[in-house]
Design a protein around this ligand. Structure first.
Ligand SMILES: C[S@@+](CC[C@H](N)C(=O)[O-])C[C@H]1O[C@@H](n2cnc3c(N)ncnc32)[C@H](O)[C@@H]1O
Length: 212
């Protein structure tokens, strides 16, 4: 199956920090203070689970986290993380096959949508939108090509990354889908937006509004 990071799970964090330094990490941890206490949280594509330790440093208890991850190797690494007294339900499945009766106050999708072709990105967006409570927050962190300065190197870097992941047969996508229009069309408001790594990484917090 595509988008399964089993092959590189053990080296993923080192590789990503080699290329992006702490930018990918900072983009995610700077958002965590906006998580409301005692929230129910859905994390999709959390990778090795390092984010669980950062979340649990800020909130040592009271969170109910569902952790959906396609790679079984990533799930094993994540289970070994210190999550203090928060409750975590690890689900080793692709988000497209995930089903639940729960709904969530916060959804995190860090560097998830860059893996998807357009049809999959659209269907996963619709699915997650249904699982997020009204007034809930969606923490979206991913690459971005939509800022004017230095577009060529971002384009080149993205192309090289997709080529690398295609060669090792991990990622199905060959082009980045800009997800912001989907949020804005679906009545989400932008609560926070911050750029990292020369604006190549965008970290947004979207708030789900009530339909009028
Ligand atoms: C680029 S990595 C990012 C990992 C982590 N968020 C980070 O920033 O370090 C993408 C992660 O999403 C997972 N993934 C890819 N497709 C998925 C899917 N359909 N459902 C759930 N997880 C998926 C991969 O296994 C991988 O761990």
């Amino acid at each position: 199956m595509f988008n399964n990071y089993d092959k590189i799970a053990n080296h993923y964090d080192v590789l990503s920090r080699l290329v992006f330094g702490k930018s990918q990490v900072n983009a995610q941890i700077n958002q965590l203070k906006y998580i409301p206490e005692n929230s129910s949280i859905l994390i999709v594509g959390g990778g090795t689970g390092w984010i669980l330790e950062y979340i649990s440093k800020i909130f040592p208890m009271g969170l109910k986290i569902t952790y959906v991850e396609l790679s079984s190797r990533m799930i094993s690494l994540s289970k070994a993380r210190n999550h203090q007294n928060n409750s975590i339900n690890f689900v080793n499945i692709g988000v497209e096959d995930f089903s639940t009766n729960d709904s969530f106050d916060v959804i995190l999708t860090p560097f998830l949508f860059d893996n998807f072709s357009k049809p999959k990105a659209e269907s996963v967006f619709k699915k997650l939108d249904k699982l997020l409570n009204t007034h809930g927050l969606w923490f979206m962190v991913d690459f971005s090509l939509n800022v004017k300065n230095g577009k060529w190197w971002k384009w080149l870097m993205l192309k090289s990354m997709y080529l690398f992941f295609k060669l090792i047969r991990i990622v199905e996508a060959s082009k980045l889908i800009d997800m912001s229009p989907y949020f804005l069309k679906d009545n989400y408001g932008v609560l926070k937006e911050k750029f990292y790594y020369g604006s190549f990484i965008k970290a947004s917090i979207f708030k789900k509004m009530t339909f009028i």
